[in-house]
Design a protein around this ligand. Structure first.
Ligand SMILES: Cc1cc2nc3c(=O)[nH]c(=O)nc-3n(C[C@H](O)[C@H](O)[C@H](O)COP(=O)(O)OP(=O)(O)OC[C@H]3O[C@@H](n4cnc5c(N)ncnc54)[C@H](O)[C@@H]3O)c2cc1C
Length: 395
């Protein structure tokens, strides 16, 4: 995008400079000028009341997006079952669809997966786009991209949500490129703008220091990925019915060139913190493996899992799949006990979905206390043994 100032319309009012997040818009001698720090982000464009800022996009006629209707969730199948993140997205998608007054649809690709349709209906899907073919039995980037691109091109949804799993992170960018769309990855919040019905896609930016809300005003569908555990499950509608639209699959030989010859599970199945009801998490304050042994005892007494901060993972006290936060997993247990964790924004991003947060920290000003339901100010090596002593089977 290119932005320029129309000199004879500019009054030098400075509204554009106020709107610029980079301090790149300069006003000199009552005339706005784009400084060297300008990233062409376009934040200034809407701020000008005098039509003195133009871009090549504002010059182009607005595309007609009225024909795009419906909220779609790409539903991933993992070992014959629906991925939990797909169910979470159906829960959020149902809210978005209701606000838009549109249908929530699930998109299901695979081979002999029709048995999953009732579950999609129970999770809120009013319609299922079903594409079945032996060539779709195992995930393949080219085959899945072709089928999904054809579905999107012929049915024109307004919103398309994909789980940010390894599969989703491969498929969504490929699809967005194929269809020449934008893609907002790793969203932590999705909402509908009450003014114009566009999808507000919020995600951490600049290393997690700000939350950016992204809109896609000139393209449809609005595509976003969301990590597992970020959105809550919606209410189940037991026995609900839904419309099933079958897609004729016509794969090209080239789509099937990459073939899955064999797959092998790697060692022990990694812990799934996203499904845990209780998590005892530790940070630098645990001081080392001895502190985490204590946390493991508390987790065991409560029937929960152990997680922790990036520091704990980097120190080698905890395996990487147990890292909670912006670059780890997002969790929403009933109970989250944070031990020796300061509560940096990148960590909080992964645990704020917990129903109750209990924080144990010896620093009364630790930021984790500002989000905790119960704050235990003290040394975790005294507080955790006291909790264990009070729990049946914990001593
Ligand atoms: C781009 C980016 C992504 C990131 N992603 C993540 C992420 O996904 N997850 C994540 O966790 N971090 C992430 N971080 C790192 C994050 O910014 C913090 O550095 C990290 O969360 C701090 O970990 P901590 O709380 O264990 O350590 P500290 O911040 O050092 O806090 C230790 C706390 O322990 C307390 N303490 C010490 N001893 C005791 C004791 N005996 N008893 C009780 N309390 C005690 C201290 O008072 C202190 O509050 C990321 C950072 C960046 C820049």
């Amino acid at each position: 995008m290119a932005i320029w100032v129309v000199a004879d319309k500019c009054t030098g009012c400075g509204l554009c400079a106020k709107a610029c997040p980079y301090g790149a818009m300069l006003v000199e001698d009552k005339l706005a000028r784009l400084g060297p720090r300008c990233t062409q982000c376009g934040a200034c464009l809407g701020a000008c009341k005098f039509e003195a800022l133009l871009s090549d996009l504002t010059q182009e006629p607005a595309p007609d997006l009225a024909g795009y209707q419906g909220v779609w969730v790409f539903c991933e199948v993992q070992q014959g079952a629906l991925a939990r993140v797909s169910l979470e997205l159906l829960g959020r998608g149902a809210v978005l669809a209701e606000q838009l007054g549109q249908t929530l649809a699930a998109v299901l690709l695979g081979h002999q997966v029709e048995n999953l349709v009732p579950e999609l209906a129970a999770q809120g899907a009013g319609r299922v786009y079903l594409a079945q073919d032996p060539g779709l039995a195992d995930y393949s980037t080219l085959a899945y991209t072709r089928v999904l691109a054809e579905l999107v091109s012929s049915h024109k949804p307004s919103v398309l949500l994909v789980g940010a799993t390894p599969l989703g992170r491969d498929l969504a960018p490929r699809l967005s490129r194929r269809l020449d769309l934008g893609l907002t990855a790793d969203c932590t919040e999705l909402a509908i703008d009450p003014q114009d019905g566009s999808l507000l896609q919020t995600r951490p930016a600049f290393g997690g220091n700000v939350m950016a809300t992204i809109v896609t005003p000139r393209a449809r569908p609005q595509m976003a990925t969301v990590r597992p555990g970020v959105m809550p499950l919606g209410p189940r509608r037991e026995g609900a019915a839904c419309e099933v639209l079958r897609q004729v699959v016509a794969l090209e030989p080239g789509d099937l060139l990459p073939r899955l010859l064999a797959s092998q599970a790697r060692g022990q199945k990694p812990a799934d913190l996203t499904a845990a009801r209780v998590i005892v998490a530790g940070g630098r304050g645990c001081g080392g493996p001895r502190g985490f042994e204590l946390l493991a005892r508390l987790a065991q007494a409560l029937g929960g899992e152990v997680g922790g901060t990036r520091v704990a993972v980097e120190e080698g006290w905890l395996p990487a799949p147990r890292q909670i936060g912006q670059t780890g997993v997002s969790v929403r247990p009933e109970l989250y006990i944070a031990c020796g964790i300061s509560g940096a924004i990148q960590h909080r991003a992964g645990c704020l979905g917990a129903r109750y947060i209990v924080a144990i920290n010896r620093d009364r000003r630790a930021p984790i206390f500002s989000v905790a339901d119960y704050a235990l100010a003290g040394d975790l090596f005294k507080v955790v043994p006291a909790l264990l002593a009070a729990l049946p089977g914990g001593a």
